[in-house]
Design a protein. Structure first.
Lengths: 458, 396, 380
């Protein structure tokens, strides 16, 4: 079966009509949740519950319940934070960057990906909040009027993080909500339930599908996408600054910003693929979230995986080239020291296994791609673990060397974050349309008037 | 649909183009030879900058071709030949590099064996920074680039007559393989030619930095040529300003990317304040180099950012022509800023010399001549490409 | 239905090309208060309706630039003026370090202002009471139809001719839209008010309980209860139940070097005098001597103080024995005490003791002055 490059692949398969699309996407919202839904919810809910219990222990007994200690003062807290922020990036990339690049195939997956971003950022945000040990006093971290006349340190990357992640969360939420408004209007106009109608009416703000409004709306969408793009790059860049502004070998490396961003997109797309494979099956959306979408995402995973591999190689080369013994030691220690097992999990999951995506058959095979993308997420979690732990546990002075071991509470909170994420995703699938109804209608066959020329030789 | 009336007819470029190219090349060569005798060191350093500029244009163009295939872009198909003609300078790099290889001692401190015996750090780098391995790397890279160039262009040209879709498929596969190789090779070039001038300094992002500047320069060259050729009717008549918009948008995006990479590199080294890293930046802050450095931010980031920000500006032929020339100059400026403060005579500050303008003239001449040579032999539009019609139909 | 007020007339289409050409016709017909409704944005409808380009970008630009200014102003004021601190050896106004926050503030201001301005000012939303809501027209254009609506407010509107005009565009159907009769979402409905009241009660009660009760229970107790031993409290850790303990034998205060020869009657070694007999030192020594030593040893160290005869006489310090003492031995006697003389270590500091020693030397020299000494004095 050879491709014909002269025709553009349809974004929506199966020649669905506009009302068929609407029915397909809105169906889960009309029906009561079934047994499978409750089984899935109970699994993720249990994970969430375990996390909540571990959090309770943490708050009652203190941060001593975690594994953080000298010399590894940053442990699971920051690893999990960076992990979840990274996963969030895929959503904005699919939504904003693919929009600016005019890749129409993003339409089927943008809504879901944006939702995942918001949930992932919520999971990420938990960790800075809880790591103080007494998060109910978190107000004291803000620049409130105080006797010492103290302000926050605006030159600290941790403060930059606060700004970056909160702006990212807000803009993602605004972007997502703006996209939802026309869908709320559509849902409002098709529902028969009075309560649902009230709720949809409120959230739709009274949207009337007016073309005069669509004009400004499209402009706003472009502006939001245009800002969201540098924003998403800036967020993980600033997260990388947490490490790179230090002088610690293995952390202070100028390539960290693009390396972290590439890694974020890498893990984010892997998570999107993981979830979408289930969603498209469960909600019968195979004609909207097609195998072509999955294949394209796998290509992005391959590309960003290569970027991550390039960064590993470049760091290693420059560590040798620099001649700095501490730098050289860090890399030898990573590969052959006491945490070598973590390092090799990272390298095999991030560099070796994704290479299978060079093969079209594997890119289009659901079982194989599921394995690979889950391994990618495992590998990316371990990448953050390796970066944080190996650089801290053995730095300049051998007399300061030590080991780090996470506690069960650490693991429980990590499990809980996954529980929160998947619970939110599962609830989302029943509460809101997982595909942007208006956007997908706009790219369906026959939805737009016949081509008209752009300005000729203007 | 645009069937029927609007088809491409090959129109030869005016003979004045080759004349301009030859004049520029002649001026550049003659003045260049004079420069070698007047101020040998200055001439060699400027030659290096011009050579790096040519790598940027040629290999950057090759990258753009591969990117188009891999991304499945259609708007760029009508102009792909323009990009291919810029990539055509790659095989010539093998000859152009030779004067540099005879002057390595002038350029590279690490190529002096006595210097290495005195310096423990350089001894550590010697397995990589030694003359024989360096030369091997140079020619291997030029060879690999030339090989990919040859295959891309051969398939593209063959498609003009056979219209065989399999050739697109082959080129897509080649592109996918090329891109990682490009990443490694452009990094090695950057490390070898530009970073090793200060052999004690190192930065893991340097390869990405050179890549960013390279793509900006290649895009600028392609944009300039595309706008000029389109205005004068040499490209497909069905092309519109909407096609230009994509070029403008990409230029804007990569200007931002360059700014981001440049700022990251600076911020991290400034923040940690380690002398082994800051020395490189401090050298670019000595005397008048400080103004030069500020100038880099203004010229390479602020002005292009403001110019290309609005939607209409990205598709305005006049603005695009202006900003393309500006950005080509900006990339040259960037390379100059990277290299020249490392020259001993200029360590206290920049002092003007006519030699700084000689080799860019020659480079422009060479590129024009090569472009013209290819344009004579081949269609300026890939008429056999299956995506051509879709690409021409592209609108915002 | 003569009482009903007309909002406008609508026409429905189900073909995107049809709506574009229809919109074109309406735009050239002279009507101004009209609109097209579609479930998604249609390509080319802006041109067909002859709409002017959106000015939303200006809002973005203004607020974005304000964001830059505000962020830089905030950081300049807090970090360079109000409470400057040297952090990492960097200048108080370090622009590179201010860039990330400036960028983030710019983005949030530009994006949020754009969206809020668009919905609130450009659209006048939220507005669920519009006449088009809950009409058959709205339901259709929300799903898979396209529609044109011409409002009655338009100066050229006339019920019959406008409908005729719309029919001339070949729609699927036309409809007259009337303003709804009653308000659909009454705010002062009793149930809603009760609900609001209930919410207010719950929120205030909850806040009160949280802030005044919960925030003082473990673990939210502001570190009231800590496991450490406070001063003057008892302790179950020690057998005697006391929290406050004496320092361990041999404890030395920080920065304090103990006098090594304490308690020795005949020290084998003594310290050497680190102080020069400068004018200031001797004046100090004189003052302290007169205060602490003269009551027993006399003002001139001759041993003839008013205490003589009351208890073992303090000796003269001009004896050969005393004159042959090393400075350190005199220091030792002051510090350690000797025979009936107690230790004066708690009354005179170490420096003062050495000053006294120097002054004693002055007295001793004065008592046994040589001719050359006297000559020196006469010159003075």
């Amino acid at each position: 079966m050879s491709t014909d490059y002269s025709i553009e692949a349809p974004v929506v398969r199966g020649r669905l009509s506009l009302s068929e699309i609407e029915e397909l996407v809105a169906k889960p919202l009309d029906s009561k949740p079934d047994k499978k839904f409750f089984i899935a919810l109970s699994i993720s809910g249990s994970a969430l519950l375990i996390g909540a219990v571990c959090l309770f222990y943490t708050f009652y007994y203190g941060i001593g319940m975690w594994g953080n200690n000298q010399p590894v003062g940053w442990g699971f807290g920051i690893v999990n934070f960076v992990f979840w922020v990274g996963i969030g990036h895929a959503g904005t990339l699919i939504s904003a960057i693919l929009f600016l690049l005019r890749q129409r195939w993003r339409t089927g997956i943008a809504r879901f990906a944006e939702a995942m971003t918001i949930f992932a950022v919520m999971c990420a945000g938990i960790f800075p909040i809880i790591h103080t040990g007494r998060p109910w006093l978190a107000g004291y971290l803000t620049p409130y009027p105080n006797q010492h006349g103290l302000w926050v340190n605006f030159t600290s990357p941790l403060v930059w993080d606060v700004f970056a992640v909160s702006v990212y969360f807000t803009v993602s939420l605004v972007f997502w909500y703006t996209g939802l408004i026309p869908d709320f209007a559509t849902l409002r106009d098709r529902t028969t339930s009075k309560i649902k109608k009230t709720i949809y009416s409120i959230f739709s703000l009274g949207w009337r599908h007016s073309s005069r409004h669509w004009q400004h709306y499209e402009k706003a969408y472009v502006i939001l996408a245009g800002f969201a793009t540098p924003l998403v790059l800036s967020v993980h860049t600033i997260v990388s600054f947490d490490f790179a502004v230090s002088i610690l070998p293995g952390w202070h490396s100028t390539i960290f910003p693009p390396y972290f961003v590439a890694g974020a997109i890498f893990s984010g797309f892997a998570m999107v693929v993981t979830v979408l494979v289930f969603v498209r099956k469960i909600f019968d959306l195979q004609n909207i979230i097609t195998i072509d979408h999955l294949e394209k995402m796998n290509k992005v995973i391959l590309a960003t995986g290569l970027m991550v591999g390039y960064s590993y190689g470049m760091e290693f080369f420059i560590a040798w080239y620099s001649g700095v013994p501490f730098e050289q030691f860090v890399f030898i220690n990573r590969a052959f020291g006491p945490y070598a097992w973590a390092y090799w999990i990272m390298v095999s999951c991030n560099v070796f296994f994704p290479q299978l995506f060079w093969f079209k058959k594997i890119r289009r095979s659901i079982p194989v791609m599921m394995v690979i993308v889950i391994l990618v997420n495992v590998g990316m979690w371990f990448e953050r673990f390796v970066i944080v732990v190996t650089s801290l546990h053995r730095d300049f002075l051998p007399s300061s060397w030590g080991m780090y071991a996470p506690t069960l509470i650490d693991g429980g909170i990590l499990l809980g974050s996954f529980g929160l994420f998947f619970t939110l995703v599962i609830l989302f699938t029943k509460a809101l349309p997982v595909v942007s109804i208006s956007e997908i209608k706009a790219v369906a066959d026959g939805a737009q008037p016949a081509h008209h020329r752009g300005k000729l030789n203007g | 649909m645009n069937d029927g009336e609007l088809t491409y007819h090959k129109k030869d470029l005016p003979s004045s183009i080759s004349k301009i190219g030859m004049v520029l090349l002649a001026i550049g060569v003659i003045l260049g030879v004079v420069a070698f005798f007047v101020d040998h060191s200055r001439a060699v350093f400027n030659y290096l900058i011009a050579f790096a500029f040519m790598i940027s244009i040629g290999v950057g163009a090759l990258f753009l071709i591969a990117l188009e295939y891999v991304a499945g872009a259609d708007w760029s198909v009508p102009i792909r030949r323009v990009v291919e003609f810029f990539a055509a300078i790659i095989p010539f790099l093998a000859i152009l590099v030779i004067p540099l290889l005879f002057n390595m001692g002038e350029l590279f401190h690490w190529s002096h064996t006595e210097a290495i015996t005195q310096d423990k750090i350089l001894q550590g780098k010697a397995p990589y920074l030694n003359v024989p391995f360096f030369i091997i790397r140079v020619f291997v890279l030029i060879g690999i680039w030339s090989l990919f160039y040859f295959f891309f262009v051969r398939n593209s040209k063959m498609q003009d007559s056979t219209k065989d879709q399999k050739l697109t498929k082959i080129n897509i596969r080649l592109s996918a393989i090329f891109i990682p190789i490009f990443a490694l090779s452009i990094t090695i070039s950057a490390v070898d030619w530009l970073m090793s001038i200060q052999p004690h300094w190192f930065s893991t992002i340097f390869g990405v930095y050179f890549f960013a500047g390279t793509v900006v320069a290649a895009l600028a060259a392609v944009t300039l040529a595309t706008v000029l050729l389109k205005e004068n009717g040499y490209l497909h008549p069905a092309m519109t300003n909407d096609h230009l918009f994509s070029l403008g948008a990409l230029l804007f995006a990569f200007v931002n990317f360059w700014g981001y990479i440049a700022f990251s590199q600076f911020l991290l080294m400034w923040y940690a304040d380690l002398p082994e890293e800051t020395s490189w930046f401090l050298q670019k802050w000595e005397g008048s180099w400080a103004i030069f450095s500020i100038g880099l931010i203004v010229i390479h980031f602020l002005v292009p950012y403001v110019t290309l920000l609005s939607q209409p500006a990205k598709m305005d032929p006049k603005k695009l022509k202006f900003i393309s020339v500006w950005l080509l100059f900006a990339h040259l400026y960037d390379l100059f800023w990277l290299v020249m403060p490392g020259m001993k005579q200029l360590s206290g500050g920049y002092s003007f010399s006519w030699i700084d303008f000689v080799f860019p003239i020659a480079v422009v001449g060479i590129i024009i001549l090569v472009f013209n040579m290819k344009a004579k032999k081949e269609n300026l539009v890939p008429i056999g490409d299956p995506k051509l019609k879709r690409g021409l139909d592209f609108h915002l | 239905m003569a009482d009903k007020k007309i909002f406008g007339v609508t026409a429905l289409f189900n073909n995107p090309d049809a709506i574009i050409s229809a919109a074109n016709k309406v735009a050239s017909s002279g009507y101004t208060k009209w609109d097209v409704n579609s479930p998604y944005p249609l390509h080319g409808i802006d041109k067909a309706m002859k709409m002017k380009p959106s000015k939303l970008g200006f809002v973005t630009m203004i607020f974005g630039l304000s964001g830059v200014v505000l962020a830089l102003l905030l950081m300049w004021w807090t970090m360079s003026v109000d409470y400057p601190m040297i952090i990492g050896g960097k200048p108080f106004f370090s622009l590179p370090a201010f860039v990330p926050v400036t960028f983030e503030v710019t983005v949030i201001m530009a994006t949020v202002s754009t969206v809020v301005a668009m919905f609130a000012f450009f659209f006048g939303l939220p507005r669920n009471a519009h006449a088009l809501h809950d009409t058959d027209y709205m339901k259709k254009v929300s799903r898979d139809h396209y529609g044109i609506v011409i409002e009655a407010d338009d100066p050229r509107f006339d019920e019959r001719s406008t409908i005729e005009f719309l029919r001339s565009l070949n729609p699927l159907s036309t409809e007259i839209i009337y303003y709804p009769e009653k308000e659909r979402y009454p705010i002062f409905e009793p149930r809603f008010i009760t609900f609001l009241f209930g919410v207010a009660v719950v929120v205030s009660l909850g806040t009160y309980l949280m802030l005044n009760k919960l925030m003082y229970i473990q673990p939210f107790n502001w570190m009231d209860d800590q496991a450490k031993i406070s001063p003057q409290s008892s302790s179950t850790f020690f057998a005697d139940g006391r929290g406050m303990r004496l320092p361990v034998e041999g404890t030395v205060a920080r920065g304090f070097i103990p006098y090594p020869f304490m308690g020795e009657t005949n020290p084998k070694e003594v310290l050497s005098n680190p102080y020069f007999p400068t004018k200031a030192n001797l004046e100090l020594g004189q003052r302290k001597f007169l205060t602490y030593c003269s009551p027993c040893h006399g003002n001139y160290a001759e041993g003839n103080s008013r205490l003589a005869g009351q208890f073992p006489n303090p000796p003269t310090l001009h004896s050969d024995r005393a004159r042959n003492f090393e400075d350190g031995m005199i220091y030792h006697i002051i510090t350690n005490g000797q025979n009936a003389m107690p230790s004066y270590a708690s009354q005179v500091t170490r420096e003062e003791r050495w000053a006294i020693v120097n002054y004693i030397r002055v007295l001793q020299r004065a008592k046994n002055a040589t001719d050359s000494d006297l000559k020196f004095v006469k010159v003075e």
